[in-house]
Write a protein that binds this ligand. Structure first.
Ligand code: SAH
Ligand code: TMP
Length: 402
């Protein structure tokens, strides 16, 4: 495997077997020719970049029937309102003495940009999945329905001018050509402009053994050290970071084009933590691999033993992450009766690979004996909603079994 950033030969650290398109919910329980790819992960010990060996063509994942809508979570809607406030206060600060222009990459259904539109801040979304892009337009968000990359960035620069802020959430980890992506951001930003992006954080995945963050769309898991090393080659200088509770543990990175600010104490502390966790040491990933295998066996045994007593098991949240779990652990309809989910485009479909039915949320009653919280990253919101549920909860996470 060659590193997607520097082309060096790098080792494979774990194999999750054959996996389908994680958000590819199916109309039939027995589809012909479902697509599968071999999901292995590798790490570059020189720059710490954790990456998929093979990734399906982005057009197979991001299209007019993309299943993920940001607005399905109230917590995420609030999160993006907070992001818009942070962006607006930055633009009103003395540092931003420009005419304002904000671009969001992977703007999905417009849950963040709608607030900038309301406030009159010139902004633009870039979103290749047509159905979610159309949804964002209902909120007045102007959206370019294309994949972001350096070609589009040059076009946007000439049609719209340079941006003060380029913002992206849960999408940079999806874009396979990381060098072209960093170049594209550098082209689009003004000198002194800020690139803010956030993604699931490698250290959280390693600490929690939340291997379900790894699926076709997530070609990378970043850390402060890998972002710092890679983006500076494109004149984008990491100066701050912020840990976030979203998606089970994320990191927001703040990079400045051209200007080199001193690193904040947050960033210095976080890089210290990363150094202590030995992110460049392959032994770290060997441990992770062993924990994944342990978690897989323990989770499947737990469900099998429960099912032997003829009890009802329901999956809560047909998340893209659950696709990795079910296919890696070889768990199907024999163990999980069905998923419940609130996303209209997933309801009455079948889960990718294992074909477990997805039913609407009202099927959560009558309550099952065991609910598997596949949407564990929304635990707080869901526990609040399910105060009357008296059955058991479980997740696949390693800590639940030790
Ligand atoms: N930002 C939203 C959506 C994340 S899902 C949130 O955090 O909730 C990832 C989104 O990125 C999808 O809507 C997908 O269509 C989009 N995407 C994937 N590849 C992209 C690319 N190259 N350029 C821009 N958007 C992309
Ligand atoms: P995510 O983990 O990728 O954000 O996906 C969350 C999934 O869980 C999405 O399909 C919607 C679903 N969900 C519910 O069914 N009920 C809920 O209360 C929440 C918050 C999410």
């Amino acid at each position: 495997m060659k590193c997607r950033h520097d082309g060096s030969e790098i080792p494979i650290v774990h194999d999750f077997g054959l996996q389908p398109i994680a958000n590819g919910f199916l109309d039939e329980s027995n589809p012909q020719n479902e697509y599968f790819f071999s999901m292995q992960v590798a790490v570059n010990p020189a720059n710490g970049l954790f990456q998929l060996v093979e990734q399906p063509d982005p057009k197979q994942m991001f299209h007019e029937n993309y299943a993920f809508f940001t607005r399905t979570s109230d917590f995420m809607k609030n999160h993006f309102k907070d992001v818009s406030n942070e962006i607006m206060s930055y633009l009103n600060s003395e540092e931003a003495n420009h005419e304002n222009f904000v671009v969001e990459i992977g703007s999905n259904d417009g849950a963040m940009l709608e607030h900038l539109v309301k406030n009159g801040t010139p902004c633009l979304g870039v979103e290749p999945s047509k159905n979610v892009a159309l949804e964002s337009e209902k909120y007045g968000v102007k959206t370019i329905n294309e994949f972001f990359g350096s070609d589009l960035s040059k076009q946007l620069l000439s049609s719209h001018g340079a941006a003060d802020i380029v913002y992206a959430a849960n999408v940079f980890c999806h874009i396979p050509d990381i060098n072209d992506l960093a170049q594209a951001c550098s082209i689009l930003l003004k000198d002194g402009g800020t690139l803010m992006f956030e993604d699931p954080y490698l250290l959280d995945v390693l600490n929690k053994t939340s291997y379900d963050q790894i699926y076709d769309e997530h070609v990378y898991l970043f850390s402060c050290s890998s972002v710092q090393r890679i983006f500076k080659e494109f004149d984008l200088h990491l100066y701050d970071c912020k840990t976030l509770p979203t998606h089970g543990g994320s990191m927001r990175y703040y990079l400045s084009k051209t200007k080199c600010f001193d690193s904040t104490s947050n960033l210095i502390n976080q890089i210290d933590k990363e150094n202590s966790a030995q992110l460049l040491n392959l032994e770290t990933y060997d441990q992770f691999s062993k924990k994944c295998e342990f978690s897989k066996n323990a989770f499947k045994d737990y469900l099998s033993n429960f099912k032997k007593e003829n009890k009802r098991i329901v999956g809560y949240g047909a998340t893209s992450k659950s696709t990795t779990i079910l296919n890696y652990c070889d768990i199907g309809n024999d163990l999980i009766d069905f998923f419940t989910d609130t996303t209209p485009t997933k309801i009455n479909k079948f889960s990718p690979g294992k074909h477990v039915p997805v039913l609407s949320y009202d099927h959560f009653e009558p309550h099952p004996d065991l609910a598997v919280l596949f949407a564990w990253n929304h635990k707080q919101e869901i526990m609040q909603k399910e105060k009357d549920y008296k059955g058991l909860w479980i997740t696949h996470l390693y800590e639940d079994f030790i």
